[in-house]
Write a protein that binds this ligand. Sequence first.
Ligand code: ZN
Length: 172
Amino acid sequence: MTIRPLVIIPDSKLRLVSEPVQEITSEIRRLADDMLETMYDAPGVGLAAIQIGIPVRMVTMDVSKTEDERQPMVLINPEILWASEEKRVYEEGCLSIPEYYEEVERPDRVRFRYMNLEGATIEQDADGLLATCVQHEIDHLNGVLFIDYLSKLKRDRVVTKFKKAAKREAGA
Ligand code: ZN
């Protein structure tokens, strides 16, 4: 397993729409391992493949509270089947937007479907952190970031900050 470098805003890769996984190959299994390793190392509760620069529809998540009881999930081609009318506000962060947290309103409960690494199709209901996380990660597969739900003022402020940091890093 390898910890891969994270893709950070304003990298335009984060705006790509990822392609469906056609077949679960050894390469896909290795990618899942690397994504989990990278996510735990960060540390984060969710990671989409595009966040390590691979535009395929794959997500890893672990919303368990303790390190001794890890519950790694690998979601292949995940999709939201249903979302509740009721909304919930949760303070979100993103490994591609380091150390920035802001409240986002999303549906409180969702039903989602995905394929696991064994090729089985799974339907699951979620609320709480899992519901927020799965919506956030599926957004990544469509090139959407949580800052897109904020006011233009807030979004511009954070994007500008990271653009400046990227420029400094490039020595411009
Ligand atoms: Zn994210």
